[in-house]
Design a protein around this ligand. Sequence first.
Ligand code: GLC
Length: 560
Amino acid sequence: MTPYAPGAPDTPAPAAAPPAWWREAVVYQVYPRSFADGNGDGMGDLPGVRGRLPYLKELGVDALWLNPFYASPQADAGYDVADHRAVEPVLGTLADAEGLIRDAHALGLRVIVDLVPNHSSERHEWFRRAVEEGPGSPYRDRYHFRPGKGEEGELPPNDWTSVFAGPAWTRTRNPDGTPGDWYLHLFAPEQPDFDWDHPAVREDFHAILRFWLDRGVDGFRVDVAQGLVKAEGLPDIGRTDQRRMLGTEATPYWDQDGVHEIYRSWRRILDAYPGERMAVAEAWVPTPERTALYVRPDELHQAFDFDLMGVSWDAGEIRRVVDTSLETGRTVGSSATWVLSNHDTCRHATRFAGPQTGGEPPRAGDRALGLRRARAATLLMLALPGSAYLYQGEELGLPEVTDLPDEVRQDPSFVRSGKTDGFRDGCRVPMPWTVAGPSYGFGTGGSWLPQPEDWGQLSVEAQTGDPDSTLELYRAALALRRRHPGLGAGDTVAWDDAPDGALVLRRPGFVCTANTADRALTILVPGRPLLASSPVETAEGAPGTEFSLPPHTTVWWTTT
Ligand code: GLC
């Protein structure tokens, strides 16, 4: 399959090479289980995604990132991969994946796929054989099997806890039925961690990269990129509050220096393919400086800037996070990678609907306020230099579904934590496409998570053509971002003086003004207005005259 190559083959080379595509790309995250259901079984699938590619093209994004669609028992919605080279039958076939890549390329869209290297499924052939064959199996060393502590080996080998609650170890049974060794799983017991010291693990992931690169993918999103290497001897931590993905303290299982050698070897493979293939890290690490290590010139290309996802709706905090991210990115020559929502986090329309809730279950809050702030936050993000990742449904202003009944929830962390954590299903409720009809156009056979009753009013159909809708705001913003050279480019912003609660951010030929306060703030008109996240006075003042920026609103201006 041919790699994506924009432009005709005989296009003359530009004088200076343009920046690599991913540096400024807007990438749309597709959660295949919940995007569109092609065969009416209630679960989204690859044919469903393929059929909706024109929607993504029209939306104006540059690329899509697909969450895992590989063969998997779905103990963690596909992040438990049994075979990285096969497609989960519920989601489609390998031919569907190839067709999707081909169609996306024909529309000028790049494709990024997920790669899950920290762990496999317990149904992966290596792990099955490691357990079935017992101690002595050559597959044992590809995972972390250890004898237990205590007289009978009845205690876990160390004190690590799983991100999904409970111990990070599960005891096996020997082939003769006696209690056996324990194995490490930083996530669910169905997700045993690979031992990256084993050459077979390294070689297999090289082969997996090539397998998908040969099929034309433009990049990889690297799951739990900080987790692959564990400290020698798997030492105890001595603390019980280890469950957060993101922590400021070092642990023996996150962010070990040994991971970087792995990414250097991957970079050599990516660079050997034509067409600027790339990788983006999901790396939860203690500091921006540590994040920067993952995106050194010979490692991965991008790492999500989760700090922006964690901000409160507060001008000062946003500015601090933006400056820090850009500053650290510059030290290694990488571009910023912004994100406000994803499949693991409460949607930003709900996050901004009330006080930040920390680790507590998301609450509905003041929905109108949340949406207003979310729209303003998105315009602000899209005015920053670097690339931006959008999560499916945020262009519809979808809120988090906070009242899913317990019995439909599938997040493994929900059950393991005794229902005190694991509320990730609320951002995974299937997309509404039409005002009415079964599952609002998601498919013909219902939806694996129930959609709220007002979902039809938020659908693509309901919002298309309505100039005040969130969907049309996203479409307009993305069209302007394409037309306006400079938006997304570079690695710096200049901040003009602004009243408390406001941000005035200057980019070449362009100014973005945002008001995070709950009252109007007066700023000076910086140019001609292009787009606003909420209605603003249409009368255009001359540059330099006073302008009343409404509360929770972002306005884009051109200065050319
Ligand atoms: C990442 C994924 C998340 C998954 C976890 C384990 O954080 O984004 O959805 O549960 O890794 O693979």
